[in-house]
Design a protein around this ligand. Structure first.
Ligand code: SF4
Ligand code: SF4
Length: 212
């Protein structure tokens, strides 16, 4: 057994290779299954973002469209607004930099849900408490990868200390439909899809709103 994967000061986060993601949702389903989440609670969600236009020249119409997927969960932010608004200190940060909910302190007020620009905290109607991704703390404490990372057949997801992820993959995190990364400084690095749009471009729309 190893506890290297819960190392204090590591500041863990996610890497997402958008160019590899096929939108299959294996990550989403693996997360839901592993944490036994009820209907309506989905800690990891796969968003489809689409847009585009066309050019008309005489009788010829040429489409210029894009669509791509973003697999997203809690980003264990450097500046977690969820913690700042929580009136009971239920939303907390572990020594390893991951943010979790202490359900024994949560009163279900939903302030964290409203504050988080990623929609990460979600209320479990069975308990009346907030829940969210803790980067599979129990798996990590026994030396295993988070369930979503292991499940991805495209190897589009990875995780690790955010400094190491940024050294390897850069520091892009501002891809639409995700918000301005300066709001919370997410521990997230994205390798963009070839058609990825900047968070502030306003060029597309979420194509699967009922799934997320
Ligand atoms: S993604 Fe949301 S819930 Fe997760 S740490 Fe950042 S602000 Fe908090
Ligand atoms: S499992 Fe991998 S390829 Fe499938 S939706 Fe998730 S990140 Fe994308």
């Amino acid at each position: 057994m190893s506890n290297d994967l819960t190392r204090g000061g590591a500041n863990y986060g996610f890497f997402f290779d958008q160019s590899l993601c096929t939108g299959c949702k294996a990550c989403q389903v693996a997360c839901k299954d592993k944490h036994d989440l009820p209907v309506g609670v989905t800690w990891r969600r796969v968003v489809e973002y689409s847009g585009g236009s066309w050019r008309i020249e005489g009788s010829t119409v040429t489409p210029n469209v894009f669509t791509y997927y973003t697999s997203m969960a809690c980003n264990h932010c450097e500046n977690p607004v969820c913690m700042q608004v929580c009136p009971t200190t239920a939303m907390s940060k572990r020594e390893d930099g991951t943010v979790y909910v202490d359900e024994s302190k949560c009163v279900g007020c939903r302030y964290c849900q409203w504050a988080c620009p990623y929609g990460a905290p979600q209320l479990d109607p069975r308990t009346g408490h907030m829940t969210k991704c803790d980067l599979c703390y129990d798996y990590r404490s026994t030396g295993q990868d988070p369930a979503c990372v292991s499940a991805c057949p495209s190897r589009a997801l990875d995780w690790g200390p955010i400094d190491e992820l940024r050294e390897r993959h850069g520091d892009q995190a501002g891809i639409a439909p995700l918000p301005d990364p300066s709001l919370t400084e997410p521990h997230l690095v994205i390798k963009p899809h070839r058609d990825a749009q900047s968070w502030d471009a306003g060029t597309g729309a979420i194509a699967n709103p009922k799934e997320i």
